[in-house]
Design a protein around this ligand. Structure first.
Ligand code: PHE
Length: 347
């Protein structure tokens, strides 16, 4: 028992010192001072070690009782130490949390707000329009093969778009997709009609000037259903409504055009939003701005993906062009220079 040990140690007074240790532990005010006390008591050269060293001088019959008493006291001190340690740890955590607390309700007059990049913002608006009409959003790889990017889209082997001058090829024959139309092919090959999708994403062409960058973004759309359900009239309605949503009350005209993957094909113009149609520098004095390509899906495309007895329409647009028109941006390249001053205008 402790009493026994106290009795024993009273012989040389060291028991009193050890007793005091309990008090010392309880009074330690910080983890740091507690650590010093731990070394003093439990360390290799600490008091307990010194007490245990005395054992060799204690006569045989009393040795066992002495050791037991000392071990019991050690256990007691250890428990005391651990309890105090846990207390101090919790206290220090509390005071650290108090010290590091921030007041999120403080008024910050000069806080800098971020802004969506105009391309991202425009892309979101386009995607929102079509998803509201139940189009689903599809994506595909940017590194494409010849079949999905060209062949299945009825782009013949000698088509200029396939030229090294226009397309980025890799040595294994794959290429950076030149449009997001391959996503249409991929979707049709893994799914049965009806199809109603848009394919937003980055595309790549060898081009660099005021209105062209080697990477830009497209949104393409595709609708496929039974023959009686899809017509050029549907296409015309949806694109007219879409363009009014994006550009407000503009005039819209469909101009006959050509794409290998659609027949008939059209390009869509809006009346110039800068001069209202009277002719200016932006519309090259024509009064019109071209904003979309579209058409009724060519039967050769359906044949390539194994579709029969269906009809469809498709359209494609350049997101940067929309962003430039909506935000009156003169140089397309400024959209990709990462100059924070450009973004600051769109907060
Ligand atoms: N894929 C065409 C392009 O990149 C756009 C387009 C899509 C035209 C669908 C018509 C129909 O220019």
């Amino acid at each position: 028992m402790r009493a026994y040990w106290k009795l024993k140690s009273d012989r040389d007074g060291s028991g009193i010192v050890l007793e005091n240790m309990e008090k010392k532990i309880d009074e330690a005010g910080t983890l740091e001072s507690l650590e010093k006390i731990r070394v003093e008591i439990f360390g290799k050269k600490g008091m307990l070690a010194a007490e245990f060293a005395k054992m060799k001088d204690i006569p045989g019959p009393e040795k066992k009782a002495f050791a037991e008493g000392l071990n019991r006291l050690k256990a007691q001190l250890l428990e005391r130490f651990e309890r105090r340690h846990a207390q101090l740890e919790a206290e220090e955590m509390q005071s650290r949390m108090r010290a590091e607390a921030i007041d999120v309700s403080l008024y910050a007059p000069n806080g800098v707000k971020g802004a969506l990049h105009p391309v991202k913002d425009t892309m979101d608006r386009i995607v929102d329009y079509f998803t509201a009409l139940n189009f689903s959003v599809e994506s595909g790889p940017m590194v494409e093969d010849d079949f999905h990017n060209f062949e299945a889209l009825n782009l013949p082997k000698n088509h200029p778009a396939r030229d090294m001058q226009d397309t980025f090829y890799f040595s294994d024959g794959t290429l950076l997709r030149t449009h997001t139309s391959p996503v249409q092919i991929r979707t049709m090959m893994k799914r049965k009609p009806p199809i109603r999708i848009i394919a937003p994403g980055s595309v790549f062409r060898r081009d660099y000037d005021l209105t062209h960058t080697p990477m830009f973004h497209q949104v393409e759309g595709l609708v496929v259903d039974e023959k009686a359900k899809v017509s050029f009239a549907n296409l015309k309605w949806i694109l007219t409504d879409f363009l009014h949503e994006m550009f407000g009350e503009v005039d819209i005209r469909f101009r006959p055009s050509f794409f290998p993957f659609t027949e008939p094909s059209a390009e869509v113009d809006i009346s110039c939003i800068f001069c209202g149609g009277s002719g200016c520098r932006v519309c090259s004095r024509t009064g019109w701005l071209e904003v979309l390509g579209c058409g009724v899906v060519d039967p050769n495309v359906f044949e390539a993906v194994g579709y029969e007895d269906v009809s469809g329409y498709a359209f494609g647009l350049g997101v940067e062009r929309f962003a430039m028109l909506i935000h009156h941006i003169a140089d397309l390249r400024s959209l990709f220079e990462g100059d924070i001053r450009l973004l600051e205008q769109f907060r």
